[in-house]
Design a protein. Sequence first.
Length: 205
Amino acid sequence: MGFTSAWAITGHTDEGIANLATQLLPAMRADRESPDAARRWQQWQRAPLPDYRIWYENHGAEIDSFRALTAPGSHVDEMCSGGTDPAFSAVYDVWEGQSEDSMFITVHRKEYAVSSLLHALGPRRAVLLPGWCGTFLLTAAQVAEGLRHVERAFAFTPEERAAAEAQDWLDYAAGEESVLDGPLRIWRTATHRGMGLCGLSVHLA
């Protein structure tokens, strides 16, 4: 069955982050604290997947585990679609009104952007990213503190950048920002402006 997913990082004032926390933090904690999530993360850390173009030769169970790990968390997904609180949605309560320079968003059919990002980065870099598999809610101070880690995660030599791009399987429109560029750009912008950040990975349909 087909689906459409989105991953977005948006800038907010600390007041805005505090308002979102009531709705989002319990769902984020529930997804991160799931025993299956921890087990899948540890499995991927121990045995990262090879080049995605040969995944289906001998890695079926590992692929399923990684895709489940990096898909939108069920609690956050339900909250952001109005399933938990019909008055709340990611589109209208988190993303609406964002300007291009205060937001990174990537939308894909039958793919998860976070899956491609984490595979392209690999476990050693991915562990530096704040939050849990692309989902986070951070104050301005936490964003500023986390910037050095995010910069390390995306610090590539030309050869490393080429290798990462080769493992990002997402299709982008001409001029569209990739998952290897957008997160660092918005993190630096938020730090410069003294803003907090909200990262959400959700199903749109």
